[in-house]
Design a protein around this ligand. Structure first.
Ligand code: URA
Length: 426
């Protein structure tokens, strides 16, 4: 029989009180073991959503989430370890390029990743466009690949912060995802448990992101950077704009093809700019004095990518599959592209089949959207704006509707905007 009661803990948080370390440890442990009911944890999450967690509470909450599972030990590697986490965007294929690039610069990159949910894509879904590519590796396989190749992109095993899995599923159905305390402890517990020495966070802000305004994004970034430092992980956060899709391609195989173009020294300039900015932060954090853009241009990043795909059973030179149906979306008048709504494009790719509604849904490798224009482009009536890719007419029909208002045409080009918004180091 415990001295604590879920009702007392919920009441305290509901009334703006501060939970003790012991109360937090008890409730997370009891919830994990089924001794605190889902409806009680739901009530506590809602109380945290409204009243937040103090720095001490947040630290303890995150610690207990880490301690609920295993911690990978990457300390024996001959290279420094550094990872990147993005809060999720539309056309965000940066991990596919960044992991091999930073490995080519001399670090080891343990990218333990997830799948897409909703309108933002997942790195594992993209790489599964390679037939035979294996997302699940043992801890020993991860360590060996980090030593021999320098980069691993694989599924975060169920052993890392397992209580987060339960909490995240509950937050998803109780409208408690968008809490700074809950987001930051969820992300950072998994990244700290992964065993990386250093971490760069790409916090997306704007129409196509989870977080729409800069002040809130700064607060999230500062909270996560603080948690990283408190747990001995060198952490910085780059705030980046997610108003328009990154690059041209949105969808699994489409994004792999675009990533290869960047890895071979070409590709869209915004994808290259962000990749190099994040690679520069990552290499500096672990004390490597290199120029990442040279490693893209001299082919060494692509060479690591090929080895990384092969090590997990894929064939990097395989031709990417193409969708059965392709259809252009045409400009209905002349004008200048004043905005492209990343959210509308992300939702369209999702509805065309590139994303899932429930965790267990399959995704299409080939479905998605190719953006054929950029903000500021002058277009003529009848000119194609997007190409939609789908496996069947029922998906294409929905995509046609959701893309309809994704582009706004006007008379004047918008003022140039910056992709890199702010850097948070403390
Ligand atoms: N990603 C996570 O892992 N957790 C969150 O709470 C939000 C995004």
């Amino acid at each position: 029989m415990s001295v604590y009661s879920a009702v007392d803990v919920i009441t305290q948080k509901r009334d703006g009180g501060v939970l003790s370390d012991e109360e937090i440890s008890w409730i997370l442990d009891a919830y994990e073991h089924g001794e605190v009911a889902e409806e009680q944890m739901s009530a506590l999450l809602m109380a945290i959503f409204f009243n937040g967690l103090s720095p001490q509470e947040l630290d303890t909450w995150t610690d207990r989430m880490i301690e609920s599972g295993e911690r990978l030990d990457l300390s024996g590697l001959s290279r420094p370890t550094v990872d990147k986490h993005s809060t999720g965007g539309v056309g965000d294929k940066i991990s596919l390029i960044l992991a091999p690039l930073v490995a080519a610069c001399g670090a080891a990159v343990p990218q333990l990743s997830g799948r897409g949910l909703g309108h933002t894509g997942g790195t594992l879904d993209k790489l599964e466009s390679y037939p035979g590519w294996r997302p699940f590796l043992t801890n020993d396989e991860i360590r060996v690949q980090l030593e021999t190749v320098g980069a691993v992109i694989c599924a975060a095993g169920s052993g890392l912060a397992p209580v987060d899995r339960k909490l995240y599923a509950l937050r998803d159905v109780t409208a408690t995802v968008e809490s700074i305390a809950l987001i930051s402890s969820s992300i950072m517990s998994k990244k700290i448990a992964e065993g990386t020495e250093a971490l760069v966070l790409d916090v997306k802000v704007g129409r196509g992101a989870f977080i729409k305004d800069l002040a809130r994004a700064r607060e999230l970034a500062t909270t996560m950077v603080g948690l990283g430092h408190a747990h001995g992980v060198k952490t910085v956060a780059q705030l980046t704009s997610m108003d328009v899709p990154l690059g041209h391609a949105v969808g699994n195989a489409l994004e792999v093809t675009e990533s290869i173009a960047v890895l071979q020294g070409g590709g869209p300039s915004d994808v290259r700019e962000l990749t190099i900015a994040l690679a520069t932060l990552m290499t500096r954090l672990v004390g490597l004095d290199v120029n990442p853009s040279e490693k893209l241009d001299d082919g060494s990043a692509y060479e690591v990518f090929e080895r990384m795909i092969r090590a997990q059973g894929g064939e990097p030179n395989a031709t990417m599959p193409l969708a059965a149906l392709r259809e252009e979306v045409i400009a209905s008048s002349d004008g200048v592209v004043t905005s492209i709504d990343a959210l509308a494009v992300g939702v369209t790719a999702w509805r065309l089949g590139a994303g899932r509604f429930r965790k267990e849904d399959p995704v299409s490798a080939t479905a998605g959207v190719t953006c054929l224009v950029r903000e500021g482009d002058r277009v003529e009536k009848g000119q194609p704006l997007f190409e939609l890719h789908a496996d069947d007419e029922s998906h294409m029909g929905v995509g046609r509707v959701t893309i309809a208002h994704a582009v706004v045409l006007g008379d004047e080009a918008p003022a140039p905007s910056s992709l890199l918004l702010d850097l948070i180091t403390t």
